[in-house]
Design a protein around this ligand. Structure first.
Ligand code: NAD
Length: 357
């Protein structure tokens, strides 16, 4: 049974990844600082499961990470931990540099020292040859596209927000640790994710929650900004493919071939909710749409060419946007308690055990 140290595994993508990994027979040590974005409710089904150890701590705490690596001897580190919301990075960039850059550096240093000390396959738990450090990153590092073209792994970095700048810096550190120290790293750069357990500050869960509450649905600018959307389970499958079969030192773009204008995403959600749970007054939910002042520096269009991942590793997204968004709307309708506990803050007050750092 492999053991992986996952960071940020109480967040949206990390939480989905941990649930799937444990179900597939991987032992997970889950290090998460439980910022506002960390939610132990997401991991409630793993309570008491001996294959999941939750550790409340910071990736920037090098001594803690070194202790976890020495104690649990993982075969891989998968780094999801980050400050991840662009709007928050505009209001307060320092936290993004602290976690995404300084924190990732501390994690890399601890991983490098652990990996160096692994001597061959003889020792139980991990081998120097098979150890991997996988860094989860974003397509936002590439900046903004015009009406045509797609980001490839060769596209020059041109981050435009404090969030994407901090992720770009972390990607460069990961690359440098491979070239300088030989650490066996892999990096994935993925487009916008959606699906279960996403914090309702991000577009899709925010629109679902506000639409159901009868509140205004804020859309930035003219609503014509384009994003490529990928169902979170497909992203997790891509990460797993790269971790298990990717070439060391390489980066892989991950995307859903599902370019959508923001306004079309919002209209799709409204239509799905109108079908499933019509408003009492019978009005369509897109009557709640309100255009708001654009986000400063808002990138116009992102699109991903995931051809390398598809041809080298045989990965394909299993969900079209239409399937994924319908399933996601149904998931939120069926998990209103999870949403309510986020919105009223109670998810932060009640913890479900775990190990204090
Ligand atoms: P999220 O904000 O939902 O979760 C982040 C998690 O990291 C939280 O559980 C938080 O508590 C934890 N965390 C924050 N700072 C930490 C620290 N210093 N030490 C330990 N844990 C810490 O984020 P997400 O949307 O799940 O994104 C996960 C990763 O994937 C991020 O690196 C993000 O840049 C990347 N990514 C996200 C998307 C997307 O659409 N959400 C797309 C591509 C890449």
């Amino acid at each position: 049974m492999p053991t992986w140290l996952v960071t940020g595994g109480a967040g949206f993508i990390g939480g989905n990844f941990v649930l799937e990994a444990v179900a597939s027979g991987v032992r997970i040590v889950n290090l998460d600082a439980l910022t506002y974005a960390g939610n132990r409710d997401t991991l409630a089904s793993l309570e008491g499961n001996p294959d999941h150890l939750f550790v409340h701590g910071d990736i920037g705490d090098g001594a803690l990470v070194a202790r976890l690596l020495a104690e649990h001897r993982p075969d891989a580190v998968v780094n999801f931990a980050a400050e991840s919301h662009v709007d928050r990075s505009i209001d307060g960039p320092a936290a993004f540099v602290q976690t995404n850059v300084v924190g990732t550096l501390a994690l890399l240093e601890a991983a490098r020292d652990y990996w160096k000390a692994l001597d061959g396959a003889a020792k139980e738990g991990a081998s120097k040859e098979s150890f991997r450090f996988l860094h989860v990153s974003t397509d936002e590092v590439y900046g903004s596209l015009g009406d045509t073209g797609k980001f490839t792994e060769q596209t020059a970095y041109a981050p435009n927000s404090p969030y994407s700048a901090s992720k770009a810096a972390s990607d460069h550190l990961v690359r440098a640790f491979h070239h300088t120290y030989g650490l066996p790293v892999l990096t994935t750069n993925c487009s916008n994710n959606y699906g279960p357990y996403q914090f309702p500050e991000k577009l899709i869960p925010l629109i679902i929650a506000r639409a159901l509450a009868g509140e205004p649905l804020p859309v930035y600018g003219d609503g014509m900004n384009v994003r490529d959307w990928l169902y979170v389970g497909d992203h997790c499958a891509a990460i797993r493919a790269v971790l298990e079969r990717g070439r060391v030192g390489e980066t892989y773009n991950v995307g859903g071939d599902a370019e959508m204008r923001n306004i079309d995403v919002v209209n799709t959600i409204c239509a799905l909710l109108d079908q499933r749970r019509p408003r009492e007054d019978g009005k369509p939910r897109n009557s709640q749409i309100t255009y708001v002042a654009d986000r400063p520096g808002h990138d116009r269009r992102y699109a991903i060419d995931a051809g390398k991942l598809k041809s080298e590793l045989g990965w394909q997204p299993a969900h079209s946007f239409e399937q994924g968004i319908a399933g996601t709307v149904d998931w939120y309708l069926g998990h209103q308690d999870w949403v309510r506990r986020v919105l009223d803050g109670s998810y932060r007050l009640e913890r479900i055990g775990g190990v204090a750092a």
